[in-house]
Design a protein around this ligand. Structure first.
Ligand SMILES: NC(=O)c1ccc[n+]([C@@H]2O[C@H](COP(=O)([O-])OP(=O)(O)OC[C@H]3O[C@@H](n4cnc5c(N)ncnc54)[C@H](O)[C@@H]3O)[C@@H](O)[C@H]2O)c1
Length: 348
């Protein structure tokens, strides 16, 4: 059997500071006989020197294109637009199986080169549960930003930070009034993160998950000052909020953070806004009287690159150590082949 050679690539998106493999885990891979090459990257939160001193080989940014054919290229987000033919196996979040913009083009590039996408979103256990995900930190940041906005302390543009620095701004000051908070999807990864951030902010949120929304009490929902939506919707359910709820003069809700960000999808449980917000303008006012502010940022974990990378890498490591053609990676490959077939593209 060929020895595994992982190639950690530089991320094409300049604001992406996270990495799927942190230096200490790269060392664990090396200790197990895996070859690890790490591309230089000006923005990665861990300097390349840390990987080098762990024993990794170092290569220039973008040099994966000419890496040996058996190399498995590892990243997080989108590939650069070139080359047109992708010949390697790539591990990353492809966002290519739900007809997203650019999905067909990406699958065609794989088909043209004979390579394969092993999509991290589809790396699941026997029961279909995700094995490595950023949800906890998405929820943590979603709740943290909502609290800061609610207290009038959120400053834009947002920039990557550390948990310690964030927590220092979150802890309640003597002048801070108390508030009531609600987390929906509270039992999931993001929901758990939101609960921890609320606790740091001195709040004890109401926690709802599937049983509590089956027969939704919108009056009770609107009676909270701050709400974080962290559900993973898999089938359509009645919306949690409608326009008429926002217009309700008795509404207590002032700050809404939608971690789920399913805007535009038929599964969207918050069809009260039409586009996400971002780091430059994190907050949009949805109503003036009484005020209601929305935060709906779709790359929240990137704001805590070190913590989110460290947790993600720890979850991914056992599966990289066990890299093979069956089990979770086999399922990833099957999913890729199915997507390619559905698109009607065949391997060259
Ligand atoms: N904004 C971001 O940056 C960001 C980052 C990561 C994940 N996300 C999104 O956050 C969402 C949650 O991700 P996760 O990893 O926490 O998922 P998860 O599967 O760990 O948890 C989802 C939770 O939602 C609950 N749920 C599902 N439908 C519900 C309903 N109708 N009512 C109440 N609860 C319901 C589930 O029971 C579960 O507890 C996903 O949509 C994911 O795509 C966003």
């Amino acid at each position: 059997m060929t020895e595994l050679h992982l190639w950690l690539r530089h991320e094409a998106r300049s604001t992406e500071r996270r990495t799927p493999i942190v230096p200490s885990d790269a060392r664990r891979l090396l200790d197990s006989g895996v070859t690890v090459t790490v591309e230089e990257s000006p923005q990665r939160i861990f300097p390349v020197e840390e990987y080098e001193s762990a024993g990794c080989r170092v290569a220039p940014a973008g040099s994966w294109v000419s890496s040996p054919p058996d190399t498995v290229v590892v990243g997080l987000k989108e590939l650069p637009d070139e080359p047109a033919r992708l010949t390697h196996r790539h591990i990353f979040f492809g966002h290519a199986y739900k007809q997203q913009p650019g999905a067909a083009a990406l699958l065609r590039r794989f088909a043209a080169g004979g390579g394969a996408l092993l999509d991290l979103e589809y790396l699941v256990d026997d029961d279909g549960r995700r094995l490595a995900a950023f949800g906890f930190w998405a929820g943590y940041l979603g709740a943290a930003l909502a609290v800061l906005q609610h207290r009038g302390r959120l400053t834009a543009p947002l920039a990557p930070t550390t948990k310690d620095a964030l927590d220092a701004t979150l802890r309640p000051a003597a002048r801070d009034a108390g508030f009531t908070a609600l987390v929906i999807g509270a039992l999931g990864r993001s929901g758990r993160g939101a609960r921890v951030a609320f606790a740091t902010a001195g709040a004890d949120p109401t926690c709802w998950d599937l049983p509590e929304t089956r027969d939704l009490d919108r009056r009770a929902l609107l009676d909270h000052d701050v709400m974080v939506n962290a559900v993973l919707a898999t089938s359509p359910v009645p919306p949690f909020l409608r326009d008429q709820d926002l217009d309700d003069p008795a509404r207590r809700l002032r700050t809404l953070c939608d971690v789920t960000c399913d805007v535009g999808s038929p599964l969207n449980v918050l069809p009260v806004y039409d586009r996400t917000t971002d780091w430059d303008a994190p907050v949009r006012r949805l109503r003036e009287e009484p005020p209601l502010d929305l935060i709906a940022i779709d790359n929240l974990p990137s704001l805590l690159p070190k913590e989110s990378s460290t947790d993600f890498s720890a979850a991914l490591l056992p599966h990289l150590l066990d890299f093979g053609v069956s089990g979770p990676w086999g399922r990833c490959l099957d999913r890729f082949r199915r997507a390619r077939r559905e698109l009607g593209v065949t391997e060259r």
